[in-house]
Design a protein around this ligand. Structure first.
Ligand code: ASP
Ligand code: MG
Length: 419
């Protein structure tokens, strides 16, 4: 049995959904758990709806989400009285209700709203497959993925999730061969919806593979596989044919957006290979990620923009010691902020993080209560795995370096454009 994951880009329009059906037809002999993300940029629109600037923006976001899904459904289903239209309407009504329900905790509210994107996308995909005579069962991931209540980055209870997979998904696979379910979402024991973090559908695929002991996971992407750099930022990228779990987890951790960082661990733990393949060219080889160790033949670049470099020092010129470090990390954890690079000196602790309007102002305020805090915004962070000096020099042209961190295989450089 296999697990497939189709991301937002693969189902961004009616043609995308048809393409998913074509790929699944090709694998008609296999039992497949199919994990689908929200369509296109729906999650971004839902984020707006979760925290609208005003009522007009909320109304507009909801209307856009509704008409976008309707339009895709209209292109896929000729019968305008088909049940799917009523289902979309019901989901949109639920979404509106969730968005209008006030909550003391913004993160909790966010998850009740943002999770609906995956519900909508899987309904459309599942119904379209039926129309194409691809037997499948729609399964609600909220009933399967059991999590705690750490909203927006919920922790999965693998034991309980495994029980649910065995009780619900495995029998459905036996019956229908294909199960369609949502990525990204789960549920607390009190039946509150949770999410696993942005781009978390890859992680869902890995969780389900782990819990069902699948033979492999395939992530279908709009790129030919894992590349040595993001073509958005770099020319002449090269596809990597094979990656070890170790390199994959390092690259994902540093911000290579091709795989969600949490995806690798469950797969490594059960030695399940991960394939990254192109949904545009499904017959092409792609990238295989497994436990075979191999050093990458070329440097890999990970480029992140919109970075903030924060420098924290004790107010009384005392050393940065274990207590102050642990206090800093407590504050980071409380604000759910993850660091991309950290470095410390005698009286100074520097951290580079993604700028996030939801989190960073509050974090800086909290740090300022106990420390002297300086920060720079609008920075870039480049990470090079398997670096050499020539590649370092190349990326630093016309840049001012604010921080550099080197280990044996990896260099990380925080930099600013020279004006
Ligand atoms: N739809 C979610 C997001 O855009 C999850 C995912 O795509 O993996 O973040
Ligand atoms: Mg996505």
């Amino acid at each position: 049995m296999k697990v497939f994951k189709f991301g937002g880009a693969s189902v961004k329009d009616a043609a995308g959904v048809k393409n998913v059906a074509a790929i699944l037809k090709h694998y008609h002999k296999d039992e497949i758990i199919v994990v689908v993300s929200a369509m296109g940029k729906t999650t971004n629109a839902l984020e707006k709806l979760a925290r609208p600037k005003n009522k007009a923006e909320a109304k507009q976001a909801l209307e856009e989400i509704e008409s976008y899904h309707y339009k895709i459904a209209e292109e896929l289903f000729a019968d305008k009285n088909a049940n799917i239209f009523a289902e979309i309407k019901k989901d949109i009504a639920q979404l509106q209700k969730n968005a209008e329900t006030e909550s003391k905790d913004y993160h909790e509210h966010y998850d009740q709203v943002v999770s609906i994107g995956e519900i909508l996308s899987t309904r459309i995909v599942s119904t379209y497959l039926e129309l194409e005579h691809i037997k499948n069962e729609w399964i609600d991931a909220r009933e399967i993925i059991c999590t705690d209540d750490n909203y927006r980055d919920a922790k999965v209870d693998f034991e309980k999730t495994k029980e649910k997979v065995e009780a619900q998904i495995i029998p459905s696979l036996k019956k229908s061969k294909i199960v369609i379910t949502q990525g990204f979402i789960g549920q607390t024991p009190k039946k509150k919806i949770t999410t696993l973090g942005r781009e978390g559908s890859d992680y869902t695929a890995a969780i389900l593979a782990y819990c069902s002991s699948a033979e492999s996971v395939t992530i279908w992407k709009d790129v030919p596989g894992v590349l040595n750099a993001d073509p958005k930022w770099f020319d002449n990228t090269v596809k990597i044919d094979h990656l070890s779990y170790q390199d994959a987890i390092e690259l994902a951790y540093y911000g290579a957006t091709v795989i969600h960082p949490k995806t690798i661990k469950p797969l490594q733990n059960k030695n399940i290979p991960l394939f990254v393949k192109s949904f545009v060219d499904p017959a092409a080889e792609g990238t295989r990620i497994d436990n075979e160790n191999s050093q990458l033949p070329i440097p890999c670049f990970i480029f992140k923009v919109n970075q903030v470099l924060i420098s924290v020092s004790p107010k009384d010129f005392s050393f940065i010691v274990e207590e102050s470090l642990s206090h800093i990390f407590e504050i980071l954890a409380k604000h759910k902020v993850k660091t991309n690079v950290i470095q410390n000196s005698a009286i100074n602790f520097s951290l580079c993080i993604d700028d996030d309007a939801d989190k960073i102002p509050a974090l800086i305020k909290a740090l300022q209560e106990d420390f002297r805090v300086l920060y720079n915004t609008k920075l870039e962070l480049v990470t090079i795995r398997y670096y050499d000096q020539a590649t370092v020099d190349r990326v630093c042209i016309d840049k001012k370096i604010l921080l550099e961190h080197k280990s044996r295989y990896t260099v990380q450089i925080v930099m600013q454009n020279k004006k």
